[in-house]
Design a protein around this ligand. Structure first.
Ligand code: CMP
Ligand code: CMP
Length: 299
């Protein structure tokens, strides 16, 4: 994980109140003319941007129509820490680096790298704050920029609601305690809700694993047949903040145990793609934790 000296900035700052500036009725979609091919390219690039995942087809089209392509040269600074910001970007091609100068430092710390299909520059638009970090193009790159006005009308409310919804819960997840507020808010953007009734099977041993789970509310437990021919027995119990279903994604193998809801359970899930992208930095911790399961292995 990138070196962190500080907790991430203002992920908990609440949204600006709605003023005349924000009135939905005044919204006139911005249309930047582009070919059908360019439209398709952008649609393809933004399909995995979690912030846009709740948008319907019509809203997505408004976003794409408003986007403007920008070419960057090597080392070009796209966003400068402390500046005002009026644009969010999605990477079309190339890679970019994100840096920040922490209090007491003179040299910037590299926070992360961006690849095609990833978005940055959303914080200034979400919270009306100066840019929280600097982002420059590693080599040549192309970006698709989305203006503040379109962002405000189409994306902002839902994005803030989602970030705030899981903010408290995320702090109770021991697995994520090494992450800063910013990284946690990014993860919560990728969460999908899942509810189970008491006694319902959440995971079946041997099935293909498509997602991992975090338990937000309720109690659950894992069962596994430890000895050949004997019925499955309880091997682990889960409470708020615990996770399960990571092994299948980590190892690319079928589910290694059953997980059942003991009471009514509210969970959030991360699919395979989000798991790789968001929890990649936690790979070592997840692998280390899986050793705790070994004594229950059948073989
Ligand atoms: P914004 O503040 O608008 O501009 C700088 C961007 O850097 C910010 O939005 C985020 O998209 C991105 N960023 C990546 N990592 C961090 C971090 N740890 N803290 C703040 N911003 C970050
Ligand atoms: P996964 O194999 O994806 O799905 C079943 C989950 O049960 C597994 O990930 C672990 O998160 C969890 N689990 C709990 N105890 C065990 C165990 N003894 N062996 C394997 N998985 C376990």
């Amino acid at each position: 994980m990138a070196k962190k000296k500080n907790k991430g900035p203002r992920a908990s700052v609440s949204a600006e109140s709605f003023g005349t500036f924000n009135k939905k009725a005044d919204f006139k979609p911005r249309i930047v003319p582009k070919s059908e091919e360019a439209t398709e390219t952008i649609l393809d690039k933004i399909k995995n941007v979690f912030m846009f995942s709740g948008l319907d087809e019509k809203e997505l089209r408004i976003v794409v129509d408003a986007m403007e392509e920008r070419s960057c040269f090597k080392k070009e600074v796209v966003i400068k820490e402390g500046d005002d910001g009026d644009c969010l970007y999605v990477v079309g091609s190339g890679t970019l680096s994100c840096t920040k100068i922490f209090k007491g430092d003179t040299e910037p710390t590299i926070l992360k790298h961006y690849e095609p299909g990833e978005a940055f520059g959303e914080l200034a638009l979400l919270y009306n704050c100066p840019r929280a970090a600097t982002i420059f193009s590693d080599g040549e790159s192309t970006l698709f920029g989305l203006d503040r006005n379109t962002f405000n009308h189409i994306v902002k409310d839902a994005a803030i609601r989602k970030r705030e919804k899981y903010e408290g819960f995320m702090k109770q997840v021991p697995l994520l305690e090494e992450m800063d507020d910013y990284e946690r808010s990014q993860i919560s953007e990728a969460f999908k809700d899942a509810k189970f009734s008491a006694g319902q099977q959440i995971i079946k041993e041997g099935d293909e694993g498509k997602e991992m789970f975090f338990l937000v509310e309720g109690e659950a437990f894992a069962t596994k047949a430890i000895e050949e021919g004997k019925p499955a027995q309880e091997v682990k119990s889960y409470k708020t903040g615990d996770y399960f279903g990571e092994l299948a994604l980590l190892r690319g193998e079928p589910r290694a145990a059953n997980v059942m809801a003991r009471t009514e359970c509210t969970c959030v899930t991360l699919d395979r793609h989000a798991f790789k992208r968001m929890l990649g930095p936690l790979d070592e911790i997840l692998k280390r934790n899986q050793d705790l399961y070994i004594k229950y292995k059948k073989d």
